[in-house]
Design a protein around this ligand. Structure first.
Ligand code: HMG
Ligand code: MG
Length: 302
């Protein structure tokens, strides 16, 4: 059996990736309450905000209020998406610990999501990266469509590696290999992660898997087999991407934690507290959580 890591870092992206796709505007108070519950549950990294154009993603327009209202715990990294200098300036003002620049391995998706080519996005990120470093913020890069694109279909390994190289050269402290539409399967994921690890440190690569085709847990396991130790997940399986039609949420955090618990892999996170947070936000949204483990654990309690 392949050696699995003894501990992994779980980045909770529900407050950003999860909620950004909700059509009904959720109040800043509810978002703040959610982030506070997640902080209390023990996450060391929470994606809490997104400083993008409110015309493009209206749900994220309250990011400034959210960042101002949350109770921060020392040592926890609160991240924010920043597609350009306007976003970076807002993130600095809001006191984000980490900013996320995001592009795509697919040209078509970059155009739809950030309204520019991959090359233009990298040019924009140069200033963002420099300003982030000057402000002593962590810098993370996210690469959408690393396993397939809703517009162009298949995406080659060369396309992924080209963007990884650019993000590495911008000084990213971490790079997310994102499966925006959840089409990756275990062997494909392993081959991409192994190839990325040839050009960027394995310990700084993270897996960001949407669970559209039900492959995310298998893909996390497969990634751990090749040494990846950072994964993104969303409480209650919230989410989707507004510019990837039909894409569903990230893998549910509760499901990931249940799997890690069973494997004896440390996360430092209290699964029961995450189940509570998942039930809280799902009740607020008026629907059942998309987490199998979360719903099972909640049912067992009741
Ligand atoms: P654009 O229209 O080309 O930008 O959008 P622009 O520079 O021409 O500006 C147009 C207007 O937007 C102006 O306002 C700007 O001030 C404003 P106006 O003069 O018309 O009133 N604007 C901003 N406002 C606030 N914050 C900003 C900002 N920038 C410009 N930062 C832009 C280009 C990148 C801004 C736009 O395309 C955008 O906001 N895109 C973001 C889309 C997005 O958030 N997608 C979801 C997140 S990514 C994701 O979910 C994938 C991920 O999870 C990984 C995966 O799963 O694949 C990370
Ligand atoms: Mg995503």
């Amino acid at each position: 059996m392949n050696h699995l890591p003894q501990q992994v870092k779980i980045v909770e992206v529900g407050p950003r990736d999860g909620l950004q796709n909700e059509a009904e505007i959720i109040s800043a108070e509810v978002k703040i309450a959610l982030v506070n519950q997640l902080t209390a549950a023990g996450f060391v990294n929470i994606e809490a905000a997104s400083f993008v154009s409110p015309k493009w993603v209206p749900q994220m327009a309250s990011s400034k209020e959210v960042m101002a209202g949350i109770e921060r715990k020392a040592g926890v990294i609160y991240s924010a998406l920043t597609p350009n200098m306007k976003g970076l300036e807002a993130a600095v003002e809001a006191g984000a610990d980490e900013v996320v620049i995001f592009s795509s391995a697919s040209e078509a998706f970059a155009q739809k999501n950030i309204n520019c080519s991959i090359e233009e996005s990298i040019a924009r990120f140069r200033d963002v990266a420099e300003a982030a470093k000057a402000n002593k913020m962590r810098l993370r890069g996210s690469i959408s469509c690393s396993f397939g694109c809703p517009y162009q279909g298949s995406v080659s390994l060369e396309q992924v590696l080209a963007v990884v190289g650019r993000m590495r050269d911008l000084g990213c402290d971490e790079i997310d290999i994102a499966d925006t539409i959840g089409v990756g399967t275990a062997r494909h994921v392993q081959s991409v992660m192994q190839a990325v690890a040839q050009v960027y440190p394995l310990a700084q690569i993270s897996g960001h898997f949407h669970d559209t085709y039900g492959q995310a847990l298998a893909n996390i396991y497969a990634s751990m087999e090749v040494g990846v130790q950072i994964f993104h997940s969303s409480v209650a399986g919230l989410g989707g991407c507004p510019y990837a039609k039909g894409a569903t949420g990230n893998v549910a955090t509760e499901d990931v934690l249940f799997m890690m618990q069973g494997l004896g892999i440390q996360t430092g996170i209290d699964l029961n507290a995450v189940v509570d947070a998942g039930q809280f936000i799902s009740q607020h949204l008026g629907r059942k959580a998309v987490s199998r483990a979360g719903n099972a654990l909640a049912a067992k309690r009741a």
